[in-house]
Design a protein around this ligand. Structure first.
Ligand SMILES: [Zn+2]
Length: 218
């Protein structure tokens, strides 16, 4: 009698394992860009008011995230120790795909990182986040004799320095930092992979060191 049920049980087990593997690999419902921007703005509000959310950093979250990641936004920002995206947007593990490099510049490697996040992980919002008093922008503006690798970063910021000078901006450093963000958004916009993806939005923003506020460019 029991032997009669064995094939049935094995079949059932087989079917259930297929269903669970399909569910595990099914694409998550991606967060639309507008919602993602609001989530970031709300997180920054919590950061400003020092009323933080329960951060998803515990062992349960780590266990869940070990199965896969679906970050809701990509943040391209500076390596500056004062500009930590997960903190200033009050987010947990798995929420943000972060590309950090001094001066928040985008070259092939950084563009490739953003391409991966939007094409394979499904993030719909890409934020290029500049900040006040950026050392990389200062190096580009001040010029001088820079070591080759730092010069490579400064060279990437030079077009923004030219824009700031052309504008005769009162604060050349801050104007150059803002122009640099806009230039990097343009680089993303002309990227062949990112440009054709539906629903992806690119937005510039600036982090203010003292107030802690992130302002999104309109
Ligand atoms: Zn910086």
């Amino acid at each position: 009698m029991r032997k009669r049920y064995l094939p049935l049980l094995l079949t059932l087990f087989f079917v259930l394992s297929i269903i669970s593997s399909v569910l595990a690999s099914a694409p998550a419902s991606f967060v639309p860009a507008e919602t993602a921007e609001k989530m970031l703005a709300d997180g920054n509000t919590r950061f400003l008011s020092e009323k933080y959310a329960d951060r998803k950093i515990g062992k349960n979250e780590r266990s869940e995230l070990s199965k896969g990641q679906h970050p809701f936004a990509v943040i391209v920002t500076c390596s500056d120790s004062r500009v930590a995206p997960e903190l200033l947007f009050d987010q947990g593990l798995g929420d943000l795909f972060v590309v950090r490099v001094a001066g928040n510049v985008l070259d092939a490697i950084e563009l490739g990182s953003v391409e991966y996040a939007v094409e394979h992980l499904g993030a719909k919002l890409v934020v290029v986040l500049g900040h006040e008093k950026c050392g990389a922008v200062k190096a580009a503006l001040d010029g001088g004799d820079l070591p080759p690798n730092i010069k490579a970063i400064a060279d990437k910021i030079q077009p923004a320095v030219a824009v700031a000078k052309e504008q005769k901006a009162a604060n050349l450093y801050e104007a150059a930092a803002d122009a640099n963000v806009i230039n990097m958004i343009a680089s993303l916009r002309s990227d062949p992979v990112i440009a054709h993806l539906e629903g992806v939005q690119l937005v510039g923003a600036k982090y203010h060191l003292e107030s802690g506020q992130v302002t999104f460019f309109k």
